[in-house]
Write a protein that binds this ligand. Sequence first.
Ligand SMILES: Cc1cc2nc3c(=O)[nH]c(=O)nc-3n(C[C@H](O)[C@H](O)[C@H](O)COP(=O)(O)O)c2cc1C
Length: 165
Amino acid sequence: MSKKDPGTFRQILGHYPTGVCAITGTQPDGKAAVMIVGSFTSVSLDPPLVAFFPDKGSSSWPKVEACESFCVNVLADHQESLCRILASKDPNKFEGVPHRLSTRGAPILDGALAWIDCSLHAVHEAGDHYIAIGQVHDLDIHHLGSPLLFHKGAYGKIQPPLEIK
Ligand SMILES: Cc1cc2nc3c(=O)[nH]c(=O)nc-3n(C[C@H](O)[C@H](O)[C@H](O)COP(=O)(O)O)c2cc1C
């Protein structure tokens, strides 16, 4: 099995667990854009920068990019079914999703644990993905709770710690 084989790459890298975020924005025509990512990460404190890695083949990324501002919504462990809908290619996937708008106009999803409102700072090429960097303008905790996780190709939750007697 070659280590460059995409299946092997995915399988081995899938051992690294991630949280799951919905990147949201409002396009110039007023329609919402949304994309689910597991690649969200913080980058810099001064200035405050965050990043995620859109696939060059994504049809949602050009819509998010056109928004120029975006909001990172950290999904809670009870939002798996919403996540599955938002990760689909359904053009109406955002219809009826409860939210309010950030001061920069990006949707903040009801039930998300935290939100980070950004302007698009830079986009770099990296193989078959982009590195999208956001400058953080505002952020807050939305709800207390536990995050939705993704690990070895499946959704998961943080297990409560075992009681040690
Ligand atoms: C848990 C999870 C994490 C994902 N992470 C990313 C990611 O980091 N970057 C990306 O481009 N797509 C990611 N995707 C795929 C997109 O959410 C979406 O399903 C894919 O881009 C196909 O739809 P599109 O063509 O509308 O973009 C992820 C999907 C899931 C379910």
